[in-house]
Design a protein around this ligand. Structure first.
Ligand SMILES: Nc1nc2c(c(=O)[nH]1)N[C@H]1C(S)=C(S)[C@@H](COP(=O)(O)O)O[C@H]1N2
Ligand SMILES: [Mo]
Length: 309
């Protein structure tokens, strides 16, 4: 090779590393994950925020293919095996685990299946952060030999819910920003009952019974959760565990019977099916709701109701 050709080759290599390859994700800050539910420190409190940065000891690589993007072929993912992360966090072996994505898709499986199928929480592919267009920054992939259903390859991972029942409560935040925990009463008399066609969030669930066609749900009307009709409210925000809030003008929310559901067929609504609380929106009877919520008859994963002045 001549001196000039060598120089050109070196320049190309340098340009590739600095321009095209970009910095590796491990150098940048890694996305954080929130852990809710039955944690060793208790149930129902604030979520535990976990950064994979603090679990470098668990980092591993996995050579596999993403069925969502067959064209890009196999690649090397960097991340952590979920089994080892859950062990590290002290999650018991017989627990149900629900993974929540930014777009309200869920992946729910028993703890043992995550280990058996070698579920891998990835933050890098071939040395680069995973772009949102490819399901990043955090997604779950599996080794090819696990023969995981493509629907289990969940993108936009944001949070984990550990276990099932954790009590039914929501945070209520008043117009001055004061937060209080509302706990649903257990006395049946105060609760509102309805039989409705079953709708649940999109997702992949293993180890759960098939869904009934109709569900019997129980809950409270929004105004009862708020303790009457607060004044000076301009709009109400329904805040989910992950992802985008739903906003309604107070003038609409106050007039329409909006039901906050915490019991489904006699037991607390599992997060795997959109719990701990559903917001039931009577879009059939009140067509004016459509402009705010679309056709969706329910909003899932309710964590807080926030009143805005
Ligand atoms: N966050 C999230 N992950 C998801 C989905 C989704 O809608 N949201 N779809 C699942 C389904 S049903 C399949 S088959 C695969 C691939 O989806 P695609 O074929 O639409 O790319 O991604 C899975 N992961
Ligand atoms: Mo799918």
């Amino acid at each position: 090779m001549t001196g000039r050709a060598l120089k050109k080759a070196l320049l190309l290599v340098w340009a590739f590393w600095t321009v095209w390859a970009g910095p590796s994700a491990s150098a940048a800050t890694l996305p954080e994950i929130e852990f809710y539910g039955n944690l060793p420190e208790g149930c129902g409190g604030e979520p535990r925020t976990v950064s994979l940065e603090s679990y470098r000891d668990l980092w591993a690589t996995l050579e596999t293919e993403d069925p969502n993007f067959p064209a890009q072929g196999p690649g090397t993912y960097r991340g952590v095996y979920l089994g080892s992360l859950l062990d590290e966090l002290g999650v018991a072996a017989d627990t149900q685990i629900t993974v929540l994505a930014e777009d309200h898709y869920v992946l729910a499986m028993p703890r043992l299946m995550f280990s058996k199928m070698k579920a891998f929480l990835a933050f890098e592919r071939d040395g680069n952060p995973i772009s949102p267009l490819k399901g990043g920054p955090l997604k779950i992939v599996f080794p090819k030999e696990s023969e995981a259903d493509p629907a289990a390859y969940i993108w936009y991972v944001k949070a984990f819910w550990i276990g099932e029942d954790c009590g039914s409560s929501v945070q209520v935040v008043d117009t001055s920003g004061r937060a209080a925990t509302f706990t649903f009463p257990s006395s049946q008399k105060e609760l509102f009952l309805k039989r409705i066609p079953t709708t649940v969030p999109k997702g992949y669930r293993a180890g759960w019974d098939p869904l009934p066609v109709l569900s019997e749900v129980r809950g409270l009307l929004l105004r009862d959760v708020l303790g009457g009709n607060p004044s000076g409210v301009h709009f109400v925000e329904f805040v989910p565990l992950v992802g985008k809030s739903l906003h309604l003008p107070w003038e609409v929310a106050e007039r329409i019977p909006i039901l906050l559901v915490n019991i489904w067929d006699g037991r607390p609504v599992p997060v795997a099916f959109g719990g701990p609380v559903w917001v039931l929106l009577p879009t059939g009877e009140y067509r004016e709701l459509l402009q705010w919520v679309g056709e969706a008859p329910a909003f899932f994963f309710l964590k807080a109701v926030r009143l805005h002045p």
